[in-house]
Write a protein that binds this ligand. Structure first.
Ligand SMILES: Cc1cc2nc3c(=O)[nH]c(=O)nc-3n(C[C@H](O)[C@H](O)[C@H](O)COP(=O)(O)OP(=O)(O)OC[C@H]3O[C@@H](n4cnc5c(N)ncnc54)[C@H](O)[C@@H]3O)c2cc1C
Length: 460
């Protein structure tokens, strides 16, 4: 029988968390043997079959090219790296606020030296918009935002891969099925065979959420899950938000609803961008992105409005709740539903005629419908309240023709119980990035990768 190969470190998942862990582990050519095992394909092979002509909607590929492969869920994203502890994850709770910011800045410097130089860094510091928001019961969160754009983000990933490929063994189309704890490390069982490692970094992102849940159960690692964010993606003429997006690019604004004191927030703002669909475990939801290249830009801006839903005991399946709501929209609209704000508040569905007559041109072909049949009243009321609040700082937001796409769901992975080194109860078994529940953004996930690599190298 062939001997099983042993590595110093195996990284499961080639998203930002896995890539930055691999980068940091090998940047000084210190002779460590490192393998990265990834369910999806290499970057250049990642291709979503939706071409708008032959394939118009999601055909539920076994491996979603948007969510998996080198670059992870972030590969075709807008590439917004938010340098902040205010949102994007709770890494700072483990490693401290200053260290978290330092690592995010370090990640930014690597992105800059791998093709991102020249891209703009936006900041909320000293903006007058904070006061305007406050005067209208809105809160603008603090952040610096590096906007790479979908195109430059791809170039940075290509450059990182070129640098890493000779130092790290990448094994694509190699889903890990099981992790076994051994005396001297870990046995990693994949669909194509077994490998061994002394240390293992698990960075499987959102697409690996079900898998990591199973692994934690098998290994007796404690987890906890109680949050899901549900809402819509708003699309309107870019000019209505230009005073915000020109200065800040992405403004994270929070509103507290009058009736329930629920928090509604803007999320993932894409100036002059496009609305896109997203497939998580076979459920089609909505998302958005934009390009740095002016030729690829549209004249519409999109952003999500999300309501955070926290559940208390005994209910534990917050993601299941979000999935059921998304399934409802998939059932009614065959995927994503689009509705004009004017139709929503008049209590009628948007049909093809009303959509065609509207001044706003949708950037995503979605089925016109009625979001009030999909979203729970409390969530919908909160979204409507926030649209009216935003209308005060960006007049026109509450226009009849403002488009709402539903549903947008932000699933949170359950929180894995970890120590301050992001290590499970097993020495040398780390869980990082979105899969661990510690992060939910490119910058935090990447920073968590650097952090555990330094822990392994003993340089933290
Ligand atoms: C359309 C879109 C746009 C986004 N835009 C932004 C943005 O502008 N800014 C921002 O901060 N965030 C954005 N995000 C979120 C961001 O992409 C994630 O927070 C980030 O990618 C998380 O990194 P990660 O390494 O933890 O996981 P991921 O990027 O999800 O990578 C995990 C990898 O692990 C692989 N994997 C899963 N299970 C296994 C297994 N069992 N064996 C082997 N491999 C496995 C997956 O195939 C995947 O490639 C966006 C997400 C999407 C989907």
């Amino acid at each position: 029988m062939a001997k099983i190969k042993t590595y110093d470190v195996i990284i499961v998942g080639a998203g930002p968390g896995g890539i930055f862990a691999a980068y940091e582990l090998t940047k000084k050519n210190n002779g460590l043997s490192v393998a990265v095992l990834e369910t999806g394909t290499a970057l250049h092979e990642r291709k979503c079959p939706i071409d708008g002509v032959k394939v118009k909607t999601c055909i539920h590929c076994k491996n979603c090219s948007i969510m998996s492969g080198f670059g992870g869920a972030g590969a075709f994203s807008d590439g917004k790296y938010n340098i902040t502890n205010d949102f994007g994850g709770t890494l700072y709770e483990y490693i401290g606020k200053q260290e978290a910011i330092n690592l995010m800045k370090y990640v930014d410097s690597i992105n800059m030296s791998h093709g991102g130089e020249g891209t703009k860094l936006y900041s909320t510091a000293n903006t007058g918009l904070k006061k305007v928001c406050m005067q209208n019961k809105l809160k603008l969160l603090d952040a610096s935002v590096r906007h790479l754009g979908t195109d430059i983000n791809y170039v940075v990933l290509e450059n990182l891969y070129d640098e890493l490929k000779d130092k790290v063994e990448f094994k694509f189309q190699t889903p890990v099925t099981k992790i076994e704890v051994e005396d001297e490390g870990y046995k990693i069982i994949t669909a194509t065979g077994a490998l061994r490692c002394k240390k293992c970094i698990v960075s499987v992102g959102r697409s690996g959420s079900k898998w990591i849940e199973g692994i934690c159960k098998e290994l007796g690692i404690e987890t906890q899950s109680n949050r899901v964010d549900i809402g819509v993606r708003v699309e309107l003429p870019a000019v209505l938000f230009s005073h915000l997006t020109d200065e800040l690019y992405e403004s994270k604004i929070v509103y507290k609803t009058e009736k329930f004191e629920d928090k509604v927030r803007t999320f993932c703002m894409n100036p002059k961008g496009a609305v896109v669909t997203e497939n998580t475990n076979g459920i089609v939801t909505v998302n958005g992105h934009s390009y740095e290249d002016p030729e690829k830009q549209t004249d519409m801006t999109n952003f999500a409005l999300l309501v955070a839903k926290h559940f208390s005991e005994p209910f534990k399946d917050s993601n299941g709740y979000g999935e059921s709501i998304a399934r409802l929209s998939n059932m009614l609209g065959g995927g994503v539903i689009v509705q004009r704000f004017g139709d929503l508040i008049r209590g009628r569905r948007t049909n093809h005629k009303r959509l065609a007559d509207s001044f706003a041109r949708p950037t995503l072909k979605a089925e016109p419908g009625d979001l009030s049949l999909v979203l729970p009243k409390r969530i919908l009321d909160g979204i409507i309240e926030m649209i009216y609040a935003l209308d005060k700082i960006a007049p026109g937001t509450a226009n009849d023709d403002t488009l709402l796409y539903g549903v947008e769901v932000k699933f949170y992975n359950m929180d894995v119980k970890l120590n301050n080194n992001l290590e499970t109860k097993y020495k040398g078994l780390y869980m990082i990035g979105d899969g661990s529940g510690v992060t939910h953004s490119l910058s935090h996930a990447s920073a968590s990768g650097v952090y555990v690599a330094r822990d392994i190298l003993g340089t933290n």
